[in-house]
Design a protein around this ligand. Structure first.
Ligand code: FES
Length: 338
């Protein structure tokens, strides 16, 4: 008898032949499912087993309390269906529930933001819904495999047949060498999405946003969207770059800062700015800038970060010094693909 999993809150059903975790089977079926670590440590995929039976891949006791285990909670990333299941997915109520969409797009504009970051806007043949902070996979006919880029605009700012991305040049990278070598307006690009766990959780906690390089795109989108919705949570936004010439969208960041209803501090932080330059802002790594923030803020904030893996990992390590757990930490690590 075919095994299925039913999500109690939405009534959505997907096949779970039991070859992979419940989480992976949901994602393979295009069903949005809250997750982050996928290895049984963060608890984001926590679900209540209402009926059916699972086998655990790894012991779930790291991320679940003894009460939760007693009450029949499971980790979807660590559970394989042994029978058809009905589950209540704890994080689902907050989670964006957009359909996975495959659209055909055309590059409609292309402009340089810095010496090595380009903004491209696509017009799509199908509307694509996403939440600020999420990303899409772009494919070109002549380039192998997809490239992942975050949506750079707040979704409520634009019509759903438009999508904007920031692309950093990776010398030797097939996709970006192609994009940076000529004006590509008019080229066809396939877009699939949305993906990703970087969306603003509803809460009243202070927000710490950290962006590095082209990782600014999802953070900008997330803050713009929150601002449009009148968010008044205390926010600190650190934008890490090498030198002044690597900074961009400063007008946009200042505009958010000025119109935000609560307290908002925006700090560009430069790691390689020549010491004798006229720069009066922060210097060093974003993790150094972190140590200048009040400990009370660091212990209570929710973190949204996007940038190179070294930056995101260093940030996570630095925060581990002042607090435990990882539920508050939401990040996209940009892995460079050649
Ligand atoms: Fe399952 Fe982190 S995604 S515990």
């Amino acid at each position: 008898e075919p095994r299925t999993v039913t999500i109690a809150q939405t009534g959505k059903v997907f096949d779970a032949p039991g070859k992979d975790s419940v989480l992976n089977e949901a994602l393979a079926a295009g069903i949005p499912f809250p997750h982050s670590c996928t290895v049984g440590t963060c608890g984001t995929c926590k679900s209540k087993l209402i009926s059916g039976k699972v086998r655990e891949i790894m012991d779930s006791a790291i991320a679940l309390t003894s009460e939760e285990l007693r009450d029949g909670y499971i980790l979807a990333c660590q559970s394989i269906a042994r029978k058809s299941l009905e589950i209540g997915v704890v994080g689902l109520s907050d989670m964006p529930d957009h359909m996975l969409t495959h659209a055909q797009g055309k590059i409609s504009t292309q402009r340089a933001l810095t010496h090595d970051i380009i903004e491209i806007c696509l017009t799509l043949d199908t509307p694509l819904e996403y939440s600020a902070g999420q990303y899409a996979e772009l494919r070109l006919a002549d380039v192998n495999g997809p490239r992942s880029y975050s949506f750079a605009d707040a979704p409520s700012n634009i019509d759903r047949r438009r999508a904007t991305f920031f692309v950093r040049h990776v010398p030797g990278g097939e996709f970006t060498d192609w994009l940076f070598s000529a004006d590509r307006v008019g080229t066809d690009v396939s877009v699939a999405g949305p993906f990703g766990d970087l969306w603003l959780r509803p809460s009243e906690l202070p927000i710490l946003c950290v962006a590095g390089g082209s990782g600014l795109a999802p953070i900008k989108a997330l803050l713009e969207e929150a601002n449009r919705q009148g968010c008044s949570r205390q926010a600190v936004f650190l934008f890490g770059a090498r030198e002044q010439q690597d900074l961009y969208c400063l007008m946009e960041a200042n505009a958010i800062s000025e119109s935000w209803s609560g307290s908002f501090a925006f700090h560009p932080v430069l790691s390689q700015e020549p010491p004798n330059s006229a720069w009066t802002g922060e210097r060093g790594l974003v993790t150094n800038a972190l140590s200048r923030l009040p400990e009370e803020f660091l212990q209570s904030c929710e973190v949204y970060a996007c940038g190179p893996p070294v930056m995101v990992n260093a940030l996570e390590d630095a925060l581990r010094e002042v607090r435990t757990g990882s539920q508050y930490f939401h990040a996209d690590r940009f892995v460079t693909r050649i």
